[in-house]
Design a protein around this ligand. Structure first.
Ligand code: PEP
Length: 248
C-alpha cells in the first residue's frame, strides 16, 4: 500500500480553545491509526493557534504547520510573520500559494516563488498549492495556468529542493464548494504535474471538497498521494473518516 498524506488546512477557523478541544477529541479517534506506517497526518493552523497546535501535534505524533509566511526574515512588514518566528514554535511544514492567498490576497507567482525558496532554505517543507479557476478550466487554460504556477515556483531550484516540496493540486472550483473534481480529472492533473515536475518521486496531494464519501476513489488513483482537506479537517471524526474510507 502507498503512503497516504492526510493534511488539514484549517484556514481562518479554530481559535486556541477550539484547537485544544480538537486534539482532546483527536487522541482517542487517532489511536487506531497512530502506528500505521502508511499514514502521515498534518494539521495547518492559523498563526494564533500554532502554539496550541504544536502541543496537540506533539502529544499525538502528527505534523503541524502554518498556512502562510513572509519570505523576509525580519523588518518593516506590518502584519506579516517570518520563518524564524514559525521556527520558534517548531513548525516543520508551511502551506504556500493556496488559492485563497492567490485570489483573495492577490499573491503573485513571483512572491510565492520567493516564499518557497526561503522556506526550503530554512529546512521547512513547503506545501505548494496550485490549480485552475472554473473560467480557466472552461476556456481550456487549465494546463497553461498550472504550468505558469508550477514553473515559476520551481524553475530556479535544485532537483533535491524540487523533490522536498509537497505539491497540492487544488482546482479552485472544487475548494469549499462541496463539488470535488472527479477522480479521473484529479488523476489526469496529478499525472501531468508529475511529468512537468520531472521527478517520479514527488508527493502530490489533491485538495477540493475531499470527504469520507469520495476519499476512496480519489486516494486510490495512481498519482494522488494524499489529500489537503479544508472543511472536513475541522473535526477529528470527519477528518480521519477520509483515511478510514480509503482503507476499507
Ligand atoms: C482547502 O482549503 O485547501 C480545501 C481543499 O478546502 P475544502 O476541502 O473545504 O474544499
Amino acid at each position: 500500500m502507498k503512503k497516504i498524506y492526510l493534511y488539514g488546512n484549517w484556514k481562518m477557523h479554530m481559535n486556541k480553545a477550539e484547537t485544544e478541544k480538537f486534539f482532546i477529541d483527536f487522541k482517542p479517534a487517532y489511536e487506531i491509526y497512530k502506528n500505521d506506517p502508511d499514514l502521515e497526518v498534518g494539521v495547518f493552523a492559523p498563526f494564533t493557534s500554532l502554539w496550541a497546535a504544536a502541543e496537540g501535534a506533539k502529544n499525538n505524533g502528527v505534523i503541524f504547520g502554518a498556512e502562510n509566511v513572509y519570505f523576509e526574515p525580519k523588518g518593516a512588514f506590518t502584519g506579516e510573520v517570518s520563518i524564524p518566528m514559525l521556527q520558534e514554535i517548531g513548525v516543520t511544514h508551511i502551506i504556500l500559494g493556496h488559492s485563497e492567498r492567490r485570489h483573495i490576497f492577490n499573491e503573485p507567482d513571483d512572491m510565492i516563488a520567493k516564499k518557497v525558496k526561503a522556506v526550503l532554505d530554512a529546512n521547512i517543507i513547503p506545501v505548494l498549492c496550485y490549480g485552475e479557476t472554473l473560467d480557466e478550466r472552461e476556456s481550456g487554460k487549465t494546463f497553461e495556468v498550472m504550468t505558469r504556477q508550477l514553473k515559476s515556483a520551481i524553475s530556479n531550484l535544485k532537483p533535491e529542493e524540487v523533490r522536498k516540496i509537497i505539491y497540492a493540486y487544488e482546482p479552485v472550483w472544487a475548494i469549499g464548494t462541496g463539488k470535488s473534481a472527479t477522480s479521473e480529472q484529479a488523476q489526469e492533473v496529478c499525472e501531468w504535474s508529475r511529468n512537468l515536475i520531472a521527478d517520479p518521486k514527488v508527493v502530490i496531494l489533491y485538495g477540493g471538497s475531499v470527504k469520507g464519501s469520495n476519499a476512496k476513489e480519489l486516494l486510490s488513483m495512481k498519482d494522488i498521494d494524499g489529500a489537503l482537506v479544508g472543511g472536513a479537517s475541522l473535526k477529528p471524526d470527519t477528518f480521519l473518516e477520509i483515511y478510514k474510507a480509503y482503507k476499507n
